[in-house]
Design a protein. Structure first.
Length: 202
């Protein structure tokens, strides 16, 4: 349940923001995100100079609310719905309803019309290939990191060995080689093993 933030803690970052980290796609190094990172993230959301002032003003309001998520985490979720509303507002102006008719179109219908009419297309989002490449690079780094963590835990729990436990053995340790197959599954699955009486290690 969300509570009203105490006055003496008003300007302190929401502790839940500690869960967010920035990763260097080259080195794989992680660090806790700062307010500067959030300011940098909104730099990508620039609007064309032809965008109506009312839309620019609304989007700037959403940006400021996003930055305040640093102080109160639920604002981040609120920004998602408000961001969708900004897109809907812009599309209503760009694709006005027939004169004399009340516009009852929702975001889904407006997006469909925008795509069909060629207003929205992949080429209109030059950052899309970069974002996809960035996401793929991030996941590769994350998989390598999980593999290193799995290997380290394996060596502590099972000892450094490349041999699978003998058939029928009470050991729940896999070989280190098998970690390659499970590198993307996290640590929990391979340490759980097949023994119903053996507790899972998280």
């Amino acid at each position: 349940m969300e509570l009203v933030k105490p006055r003496e803690q008003f300007f302190e970052p929401d502790p839940r923001c500690d869960s967010f980290a920035s990763v260097d796609a080259t080195t794989g190094e992680w660090r806790r995100m700062t307010l500067d990172d959030y300011y940098k993230s909104i730099e990508d959301f620039s609007l064309n100079s032809a965008v109506p002032e009312e839309i620019v003003s609304y989007v700037n309001m959403v940006k400021m609310l996003f930055l305040n998520g640093w102080l109160y985490y639920p604002f981040f979720a609120t920004c998602e719905s408000l961001g969708a509303m900004a897109v809907e507002m812009a599309l209503r102006l760009r694709l006005p309803a027939p004169a004399g008719k009340r516009d009852r179109r929702g975001l889904k219908e407006l997006l469909t019309v925008a795509v069909q009419s060629g207003i929205l297309r992949d080429s209109g989002f030059p950052s899309l290939p970069y974002r996809r490449a960035e996401a793929e690079s991030f996941h590769k780094v994350a998989r390598r990191r999980r593999w290193r963590e799995n290997t380290a835990i394996h060596d502590v729990v099972c000892g450094s060995t490349d041999e699978e436990s003998p058939s029928g053995s009470q050991s729940f340790c896999p070989s280190r080689k098998s970690l390659d197959h499970h590198a993307g599954d996290g640590r929990r699955r391979y340490l759980r093993g097949n023994r119903s009486d053996q507790p899972a290690l998280a």
